[in-house]
Design a protein around this ligand. Structure first.
Ligand SMILES: [Mg+2]
Length: 253
């Protein structure tokens, strides 16, 4: 997208549909700590080599929960039964450990909270000031809990999270359906909304949905990779958009 087209899009959009983890809150850090808490104990109980930060990047980062548990256990030669997805967090099964990790994640969020990215809050405040709506679209089933932990409950017009997506049987990103649901709940066409995402699957969802603008936030995925996956523009921090947005609105009159 050319600079002029971006300016035009920023001048005319009526809503931002924002991803949560990695866009509004640095939730990855909380996940990392929850995994460390879990496997430090589990490895100790099994007399295995101690858990280290490298284990997170090798076996856990970015993977679905039960897959991560399986891979981390395999790295220490620990064999546990698979169990069932609904297993009690106290069960010593792959699913039980995965659910225990989620319980630790929830406890850390509730006890310590999470601090939203200041630049993201700046953009949301600017959007409010300009009469642009904001909504959260996340595949996380912990969406409401994360927003509450960040002190942002009630801050957004609507929230489409993993729980709601499951209720509505919407396929996850890179399918555009959850973002389209966000636009629908705001009563806006996709073309009037900007999608804001830090993940390749997320910008791909934005590109597939025919949205007015797809903004990539580079938290490590890589600017080139985000552009290639479907972002129209990429910023390092959402604060970088505040001025262009204000200028686009004033020149759009
Ligand atoms: Mg994300």
């Amino acid at each position: 997208m050319t600079a002029a087209k971006t300016q035009q899009a920023l001048g005319s959009i009526r809503a931002f549909l924002l991803d949560l983890d990695g866009v509004i809150t640095p939730t990855a850090e909380v996940h990392e700590r929850a995994w460390a808490d879990l496997f430090t104990r589990v490895f100790e109980e099994h007399g295995a080599a101690p858990y280290t930060d490298a284990d997170y990047f090798s076996y856990l980062d970015g993977k679905p929960r039960f897959v991560g548990v399986r891979d981390a256990l395999a790295s220490r030669g620990i064999a546990l039964p698979e169990g069932m997805p609904g297993d009690d967090p106290e069960f010593d099964t792959v699913c039980g450990l995965g659910n225990r990790k989620n319980a630790i994640f929830a406890r850390l969020l509730d006890e310590e909270g999470v601090t939203a990215y200041p630049g993201s809050l700046e953009l949301v405040a600017e959007a409010d000031a300009l009469g642009i709506e904001t909504a959260v679209v996340t595949s996380s089933r912990n969406g409401h809990r994360v927003l509450r932990a960040a002190g942002l409950e009630g801050r957004f017009e609507t929230i489409v999270d993993g729980v709601r997506a499951a209720e509505l049987e919407l396929p996850g990103k890179p399918a555009p359906d959850t973002y389209l649901q966000g636009a629908r709940e705001l009563d806006l066409p996709a073309s009037a909304c900007a999608v804001v995402e830090d993940a390749l699957s997320g910008v791909a969802a934005g590109a597939a949905g025919g949205f007015g603008l797809v903004i990539g936030v580079d938290r490590g995925a890589g600017a080139d990779e985000l552009l290639e996956a479907g972002a129209d523009i990429v910023v390092a921090d959402l604060a970088d958009l505040v001025r262009p947005l204000r200028e686009a609105r004033s020149s759009a009159g």
